[in-house]
Each structure stands twice: as structure tokens, then as C-alpha cells.
Design a protein around this ligand. Structure first.
Ligand SMILES: *Cc1c(COP(=O)(O)O)cnc(C)c1O
Length: 439
């Protein structure tokens, strides 16, 4: 599959000598606000391994934040990009269109759980997709207000920062934020103890009393909340919110930027909830690592924006579209939705075993290859961010790229490439669990 050996290997400490030099150059040339999790620099990556400048081979349990679902140098992505980049790199779809863009839109019509006739507009980043989904919802409804939820993450631009819940590090000192954004309580079974119906009733009551259904253009939600802590809502929560939106002419936007493209064991996480969003935003896993995002929605909603109202210089860049077609083909050919479910079988099993022995593991949750461990004080159940940070640091030092998340910073999240070998996955998990046992 690849020339890069699929085994962990520590040639030096991390950072090694070459990485240390680069870190110094980074500090002199890149602002402190752009911080990196791993104190080293990549030179090659594929399958479950990232090789660094000092010859260390790290187990990748992050996929560059749920992006390289198909691997970081998947054959079909590389081939598609190479062919396209030699033909032309850019014309601007708003000036001279090309087939790749239309082909990606056709594939998304086929694959996304949006019912009926659909349209897709392409952009560069997830935040840009969310911004445009809100623009379209406002144009369609003639309303302005948008509702998001506790623990939400939707990006770092002015509007998407407003939609994002967590102050530090995403919003702090960066206000004022976009107006007409409101927040409701979501569903966090471990911490609110509510079933789906009760949590939905609480959220709907807040929105009706504080905003008014008739003022809402859109409700936006991640079907499994990502940065907020890999929080899967209680069963029934999402369908109840969708029903309320439909009854009140509110556009229901599913932000599947992190959950999409086979990550959760289906093409999209909404499929497990039996819901069909009016609009779905996608990015991250869409194009094997190239910057691309999409807004896919019901035709009557998407067509509400006037001609020329949507776009951008680079949106749906032809090289990124070729990568997306290669990534989608890879997911189909290698049956990566099944692979995600297999990852869940292996990893969730091991983590639940560990939970039996260790009361600091408050919960193991998630779906497919989007799994998390919430670490708590065993006496009080209070979030333990210090323990989480220590475990992640120890795992990273041992050569496992380990990400954390959560409103309280106490969640270790697993987002391996779906092409990771089972041995590497198990080794990575063992290292994290050993780090926890030692902490
Ligand atoms: C990452 C993410 C975004 C923002 O995507 P960018 O490409 O970083 O702008 C939005 N929503 C969710 C759910 C995400 O995980």
C-alpha cells in the first residue's frame, strides 16, 4: 500500500535535533496564536503513520483533525491531484467552470442524507461552508436569527465564532461577534441525565421563549459534537429538533464537517439518527486533505440565494475537487464505512475494558472511528483536565499523536485514519491506556 513502514519507531526524543531547529524558526516566523499539538515536523504520512524530520514514525490517532480519513497520501487522491494539477490549477468556477466541481456536487447529491432534489455549493474551509449555509437559510426564510447549542463548534470566523460555544481558546479577546446568534442547551447524557425527548423539550422551550420560532432562519447542530467533547445526544433528541424545525419553517442545518465521510461508520452521522437535514455542511474528510468544503441542501432552499450571491475565488478549486473524487472513490472501493465500524469494535471494546478497572474513565462514547474517553474525578465526577493533559503528553512523547477536546478539556479523542492497521491501532490504544495507568 505504501513505502512508509507501518510501524511506530522512536529514533530520537521528540522533538529531535532537526525538529528543535525548526521549532526555533517557527517561533521566530509564526505567531504564538498558531500553536501545534506535536512539537515536531512531518515529512511523510500514510496509513496510520506520520514520519517526522528526525526519522521518528508516529502513530496517527488524529488524522489532522478528522481530515485524512482515507490516509494522508491515498493512491486515488494522489493520482487525481497529479493529473488535474498538470491540466490546470485554477480558472475560478465563477469565471470558467469545469466538470470536477459538478461531479463533486453530483456525488454529494447521491451520498448525503438530504432528501429530494438537492444542490451543492463548494467552498474552501468548514467555517466558510457554515457561513454560507446561514446565508442561504436567511435568504430562503427572510429571517435573521440562528440557533446553536451548548458545546457547539462551528469555526473561527466572526459568524462561526459566535456560533461556537467555548470561549477559550476560540473566542477569547476576539469579539465583538456576529449578532442574531442564540444558544440553547443541547443533550449531554453523562452530565444532564435527560433522555432525548426531555432534552429537546428544554431546548425548544428556551428557543421559543427567548428567540421565537418565527424569527429563526436556522438551527445548526453537529450530530455528534466534535470539539465540544464527542458528545452524542441522547436517542430521539435530534429527530425531535428536526420535527420542530419542520413545523416552524426553520432550516435545519446538520454540521457534519467532523462526523462526515465514513468517520462514524456511515457516510454521514445523520443516517444513524434517521433524520434528513435541510442543509448539510461538509469539509474535513471530504478531499483527503486538500482544502474543500460543501453546502448541500434541498434545491428550493439552496436556489433562494440570487445568482452571483454565493461564491468565492477559490471555492471548489479543481485540484481539491479531483482530490475529493479520489477520496470518495477510496471510501467506496475500500469499504471504509465498514472499516470505521471495525475500529469502533476494537477500540471501544478495549476502552470499555479499561473503564471496568479505572473509575477515572467516566465515559467511553462516540461512533465508528470517532471515539472518546471522558476523564473525571472518581469521587465527584468532576472533569479532570489536568489528568487528561498529562495522559495526552505522555502518549505523544511515546510517539502517539493524541488529541484532546471537550468544553472542560477532559476528553481524549480518537480519530485515526480509517486506513490504519489494526495492530497500530491497538498499540496506540495500549500506549494511551498505559499513560493513564501511570498518571
Ligand atoms: C472543524 C470544524 C469546523 C470548521 O472547519 P474549518 O475547516 O476549520 O474552518 C466547523 N464545524 C465543525 C463541526 C468542525 O469540526
Amino acid at each position: 500500500m505504501t513505502a512508509l513502514p507501518q510501524s511506530r519507531h522512536l529514533a530520537t526524543e521528540i522533538p529531535g535535533p532537526r525538529a528543535s531547529e525548526l521549532l526555533e524558526r517557527q517561533r521566530a516566523a509564526v505567531p504564538a496564536g498558531v500553536a501545534s499539538v506535536m512539537p515536531t515536523f512531518a515529512v511523510r504520512a500514510d496509513g496510520g503513520i506520520i514520519e517526522d524530520v528526525d526519522g521518528n514514525r508516529l502513530i496517527d490517532l488524529g488524522s489532522g483533525i478528522a481530515v485524512t480519513n482515507v490516509g494522508a497520501s491515498a493512491e486515488r487522491v494522489v493520482a487525481g491531484v497529479q493529473e488535474q494539477v498538470a491540466q490546470f490549477t485554477h480558472t475560478c468556477f465563477m469565471v470558467t467552470p469545469y466538470e470536477g466541481y459538478v461531479r463533486v456536487a453530483e456525488k454529494l447529491a447521491e451520498l448525503t442524507p438530504v432528501d429530494g432534489e438537492v444542490r451543492t455549493a463548494l467552498f474552501n474551509s468548514g467555517a466558510e461552508a457554515v457561513e454560507n449555509a446561514v446565508k442561504v437559510a436567511r435568504a430562503y426564510t427572510g429571517r435573521q436569527a440562528v440557533a446553536a447549542f451548548d458545546h457547539a463548534y462551528h469555526g473561527r470566523t466572526t459568524l462561526t465564532m459566535a456560533l461556537t460555544a467555548k470561549n477559550m481558546p476560540y473566542k477569547h479577546s476576539f469579539g465583538p461577534f456576529a449578532p442574531e446568534v442564540y444558544r440553547a442547551a443541547g443533550s449531554y447524557p453523562l452530565r444532564d441525565g435527560l433522555d432525548g425527548a426531555a432534552a429537546a423539550e428544554r431546548a425548544i422551550d428556551q428557543l421559543e421563549k427567548q428567540v421565537g420560532a418565527e424569527n429563526l432562519a436556522a438551527v445548526i447542530i453537529e450530530p455528534i459534537q466534535g470539539e465540544g467533547g464527542f458528545i452524542a445526544p441522547a436517542p430521539g433528541f435530534l429527530p425531535a429538533i428536526v420535527d420542530w424545525c419542520r413545523a416552524n419553517g426553520i432550516v435545519f442545518i446538520a454540521d457534519e464537517i467532523q462526523t462526515g465521510f465514513a468517520r462514524t461508520g456511515q457516510w454521514f452521522a445523520c443516517e444513524d439518527e434517521g433524520i434528513s437535514p435541510d442543509i448539510i455542511t461538509t469539509a474535513k474528510g471530504i478531499a483527503g486533505g486538500l482544502p474543500l468544503s460543501a453546502v448541500t441542501g434541498r434545491a428550493e432552499i439552496m436556489d433562494a440565494a440570487h445568482p452571483g450571491g454565493l461564491g468565492g475565488t477559490y471555492g471548489g478549486n479543481p485540484v481539491a475537487c479531483a482530490a475529493a473524487l479520489g477520496a470518495i472513490e477510496t471510501i467506496e472501493a475500500e469499504d471504509l464505512t465498514a472499516k470505521a465500524r471495525r475500529i469502533e469494535e476494537i477500540a471501544a471494546g478495549r476502552l470499555r475494558e479499561a473503564q471496568q478497572q479505572d473509575p477515572r474513565i467516566g465515559e467511553v462514547r462516540g461512533r465508528g472511528a470517532m471515539l472518546a474517553v471522558e476523564l473525571v474525578d472518581p469521587e465527584t465526577g468532576a472533569p479532570d483536565a489536568a489528568l487528561t493533559g498529562a495522559v495526552a503528553a505522555a502518549a505523544r512523547a511515546a510517539g502517539v499523536i493524541t488529541l484532546t477536546c471537550g468544553t472542560y478539556g477532559n476528553v481524549i479523542r480518537l480519530l485515526p485514519p480509517l486506513t490504519i492497521g489494526e495492530d497500530l491501532l491497538t498499540e496506540g490504544l495500549d500506549i494511551i491506556l498505559d499513560a493513564l495507568a501511570a498518571a
